[in-house]
Each structure stands twice: as C-alpha cells, then as structure tokens.
Design a protein around this ligand. Structure first.
Ligand code: 1PR
Length: 558
C-alpha cells in the first residue's frame, strides 16, 4: 500500500480545520521554504518547543540545516534527542530532510566523529574529491529508485535538488532502508524509508513541483487548491526528458537596489553602470524583485540569485525591503535562493554592532539557502595570503563553520588587465585569444570591491584558491568587462578559475544567446551559468536556453 494511503487525513474539506504537522526547526538555517511548502499544502504547523511536542506529534518533519555537530548540539541542548529517537523507533510518520536524514545514521564525520541517532547502520562521510570531483555536490541530480516508490511516485526521470558535501552509502547492513540512490562520483543514498519513517538527502522543498509533490504525498495528500494544482502539474509534467546525472544549472540573477525615488527595483548594469545613458541618469528599472523571481521560477530557472548591489553602503539588517523580498519570494519560489550584498561585520548608525554571522542568520531566516560574500571575502583572502594563517574570524570562515560551506558563495568581480608578459605581475595570467589594445598577448584578472569601484592587489585565480581554503562552497564568477554586453561569457576566465578550484563555479556575465550557454558548458568545467539582462529584457527565455542545452547533449533539468 502506498504511504499516501496509510497517512491519509480523513475528509477534511479544503480551507477548513487545517490538519497539523509538527516541525522540528532548531533555528540554524533556512527552514522557511519547508514551512511555506507545508502551508501551501493546506496544513497548520506546530513548532517543536520541547520533547512533549515530539511525543504528541502525528506527523513530524525535520529539515536539518547547518553542520552535523551543530545540529546534534542543538538537539542535545534542547533535550530532544531521546524523544526524537523514540518517535522514529515507534515507526510514526517522519520525514527527515538533508541533515534530518543524516542524523538518523550512527555518526557523522563533518568535524571529527559525532554520534547521530544510531537508527540506520552506517556513517556520514565526505564525498571523495581525489579524482577531481567538485565538492559540495550542488545541483539537480537524478534518482535511482530501489524500493516501491511510495512518496517518490512520479519522480522517475526527474531531477531533484541536492546541496551537501557529506553522504551515506549503501551497505548490506542498511540496504533495507534504501529507497533511492543517486550518483555523484560514486553511488550514495538519496532517500531512505522503512514503514512510516522517511528521509531525503535532497531538498524536496527546493525541487520545484516534483519536490512539492513529494511533500504532498508524505502528508497523505494535500488539503488546499494549491496542493491539487501541484498534484496535477506533477502528473502532467513533460514526459520524455529523462534525468540521468547532475544537470548543469541555469541561474537567473536579480541585481536589486533602491532607485532615486526610493523604490526597490531590479536593475541591470552595463559593465556595472546601472544608470540610464540619459541626462537624468536614472537607475535602470527592469521590474519588481518578487514578481521577476517568481516568473523565472515558473519559466524553469534552476536557482534565483538576489544581489543587493548597494549592500556596501546600506546595512542589510536595516535594509528591511531586501529581507522582505526574500520572505515573499520564498512563498512562491521553490528552487534555491541565494542572496548577496553587504555580508560583513558592521555597526549601525545607532552604534549597535552586528557580526557577519548575525547578518547571515537574518538572511537565512528570511528564506535564503545560500549567502554570497563579495568585498569582505577579498579582504579576507588578501590577509590570508599575506599571513599564511587562517584566523577563523573572517565572515567567510565563521559562516562556513556554522552553516557548512555549501551555504557560502563567494562572488568575484574581476576586471581584465592586459600585460605584455606574465613576468610583469605576481598574479596568474592567461594567454588571450584576442590581444589587448597594445597587442598584449596576456592578461590577469584583477579583483575589485564595492561593486567594481576599487581594484585590489589580488588576482581572481589567487582569490578563488584562497577563499576555497577559507571555506567557500561555491564561486560566483562575474566579469566586469563582459557584464551586460551580451557577447558571451569570458571563457578564458571561466576555464582558469573552474580548473583551479575543487568547488563548483558559476559562470556569470555576458550571456546574449543560447549558444553562449552551450559554449560555456562544453568549453569549461563550469557547474552553472548565470544571466540577468537577457532574461529581464525577455530577449531569450529560460525555456529556450534549456531546450538548446538539451539538444546540445548537456544534462538539463526540466
Ligand atoms: O561586496 O559583499 O557587498 O557584494 C556586492 C554584490 O553586488 C557582489 O556580488 C557584486 O557582484 C554585486 N554588484 C555590486 N555592484 C554591482 C553592479 O552591477 N553595479 N552587480 C553588482 C554585479 C553582476 C552580475 C550580473 C551578471 C550577469 N552584477 O551579478 O547579474 O554580470 O549579467 P548579464 O547576464 O546581464 O551580463 P558585497
């Protein structure tokens, strides 16, 4: 019998007496999307405030976020470990997501050996990157179903969203738990199930309609019109495109700032100049952040990135509109959201000091899955290269330690500088296909801060390697020269950086045609490609980009 039938919730009429789901949120990251997904399905959320709430729960969802040790610590401090273990051992309806699955195992090795709940035999270990695998495993991957699918009915042939560096593997001892595996380098456990107890390594709440339908099925069917729509959409989802492996991601980017009238708008620069070339020099206004984000979600964007491009001037905690954008967007957008701009330690105008960790926490709580650090990461890398010492105090190190490196992106804003010979500069250079204005055959990529306004004594290559060591989980690689030009990504730059680091690299700046996407994926190891202008101006829809990539033989999520 399908689990859906076992957990079915009577005949509660739509909109009345919403049934309850208990949510175990220990406040360590973005659980907003899980909340939004549950509410969308027509359920009321009861938060766990103590062990009693777990004892009384009839359905429990545990979306683990952050690091293994931090999660165990928090559960221990709140006295929840025993109640949780008993709940699962009693085979009561349970869905653990990501770390919520991992904690069911005996131990994790993320920061040394840490004991888990010990329900599933085996441990959680890091992906093996020795053969050049990019870790974290970030993106949309395929599932191989091992048991009758139950909550996974309908996912065959579709991609779901993963973001993690650690995983469990199937062994003879835990084989009876394994519901689905996925492949990244080697096979790993993507979902578990025994009786009413379920766990997914991927994020259903971030896996679009496919994922929402998994949550709906776990809840025994939806209790709202939205849930009915999800079921219908999942059923009607285009057949014939079969997920095989990790897909190359297409990301829509929204540069957000207030214009001169004080409205929060999506803008777009031309080589980072966001003002119209008119007498009044108004900030270019391309639409409203939440509306655009949700339309890109509907069009098939694999992720949405918001960059608060004046973050270096305005404190993000005081910048309530940006937090509100995240909160509103996460109600409609069920794919990952990244937010950048102004993530650093700061003191506000009233003299209140905020650590970058508090700033990041506020963004995560408001709906961000990943935060992106720009200028502050440049200063941290410069210091690290100079001293050769990690202090553990930089925003990058601290956020990565608490939330895991998969939640930390470093955004690089480099500008190309031509040189006659590599010996002219102490930075890594590339031999360029198109020589510079004075016939220069080489170039290095100078990092900038404050939205490209200030060049720093560090190259993109050196920065990328340093931030990887300091705890970045992904690199968003912009290019000031290409930004807004529509002439294609800087393939020399993307190749240089994505070959230099073991973490995923997002190629950004310059997309103008569908061919630019297939070029960047066939000529470089970039994991994702980000574009802004062509999507905002509706020149090339996301669906067309994806059709083209698929025809070019590039794994694509539909
Ligand atoms: O330094 O931590 O406060 O972060 C500031 C963030 O804001 C950085 O990620 C930085 O890249 C971004 N930013 C600052 N100023 C600008 C600007 O445009 N004036 N935007 C800016 C960067 C570049 C891309 C753009 C792509 C694709 N925008 O994000 O979306 O180039 O564009 P295209 O497809 O139209 O070519 P901090």
């Amino acid at each position: 019998m399908a689990l859906g039938a076992r957990c079915a919730i009577g005949a509660t009429p739509i909109g009345q007496n919403r049934p309850e789901v208990t949510l175990l949120d220990y406040g360590a990251g973005n659980v907003r999307s899980v909340r939004n997904a549950i509410q969308l399905m027509g359920f009321h959320i009861k938060d766990v405030t103590g062990p009693k709430d777990i004892e009384k729960a009839t359905r429990l969802i545990f979306p683990g976020v952050g690091s293994f040790w931090a999660a165990v610590d928090s559960l221990k401090n709140r006295g929840l470990i025993e109640a949780l273990r008993e709940y699962v051992q009693e085979d009561r309806p349970f869905l653990g997501i990501c770390l919520g699955l991992q904690l069911l195992f005996e131990y994790g090795e993320e920061t040394g050996y840490v004991e888990g709940l010990g329900i599933i035999p085996g441990g959680i270990k890091r992906f093996d990157e020795s053969s050049g695998l990019k870790v974290p495993h970030i993106g949309w991957n395929a599932l191989h179903l091992k048991q009758d699918a139950s909550i996974l009915d309908g996912v065959k042939g579709r991609h779901v969203y993963f973001v993690h560096s650690y995983r469990a593997v199937e062994t003879p001892e835990n084989k009876d738990w394994v519901l689905a595996t996925s492949t990244y380098g080697t096979d790993f456990i993507a979902a578990v199930r025994k009786g009413n107890v379920h766990g997914t390594q991927f994020h259903p709440e971030k896996s679009g309609v496919t994922g929402l339908n998994i949550i709906r099925r776990f809840l025994g069917g939806g209790q709202s019109e939205a849930a009915e729509r999800v079921a219908k959409q999942a059923e009607e989802a285009e057949p014939g495109k079969t997920a095989v492996q990790l897909a190359k991601r297409v990301i829509a980017c929204l540069d957000v700032r207030t214009n001169d009238r004080g409205d929060l708008v999506v803008t777009k620069g031309d080589q980072y100049d966001v003002r119209e070339h008119t007498e009044t020099r108004e900030v270019r206004n391309l639409g409203k952040p939440v509306d655009l984000a949700s339309s890109y979600y509907m069009d098939g964007a694999d992720e949405v990135t918001f960059l608060n491009i004046t973050g270096f001037r305005n404190s993000p905690l005081g910048d309530l509109p940006m937090l509100e954008v995240l909160r509103k967007a996460s109600e409609k957008v069920f794919v990952p959201l990244t937010v950048g701009g102004g993530i650093k330690d700061f003191t506000d105008k009233d003299g209140r000091y905020y650590s970058s960790l508090e700033v990041a926490a506020e963004y995560f709580r408001s709906g961000a899955d990943k935060i992106s650090i720009g200028s502050d990461a440049v200063y941290a890398a410069e210091e690290y290269i100079k001293s050769g010492q990690k202090t553990g105090n930089t925003s990058l190190e601290q956020i990565s330690y608490v939330y895991g490196n998969q939640a930390v992106v470093v955004s690089i804003d480099p500008r190309k500088v031509f040189v006659k010979s590599p010996s002219e500069v102490p930075y890594k250079t590339v031999k360029v296909a198109c020589p510079g204005p004075n016939g220069e055959q080489f170039a290095w990529y100078q990092c900038t801060v404050n939205g490209g306004r200030e060049g720093r004594p560090i190259g993109a290559f050196e920065l990328a390697k340093a931030v990887e060591e300091l705890g970045a989980g992904e690199i968003l690689l912009n290019c000031i020269d290409c930004d807004g030009r529509g002439e294609g990504f800087d393939l020399e730059l993307v190749k240089l950086i994505s070959e230099a680091v073991k973490i995923p690299v997002i190629a950004s700046s310059g997309a103008g045609t569908v061919d630019h996407f297939s070029d960047v994926f066939s000529e470089t190891p970039a994991s994702a490609a980000l574009a802004a202008g062509i999507f905002h101006r509706k020149e090339v829809p996301i669906a067309l980009v994806k059709e083209h990539m698929s025809r070019a033989g590039i794994e694509t999520r539909f």
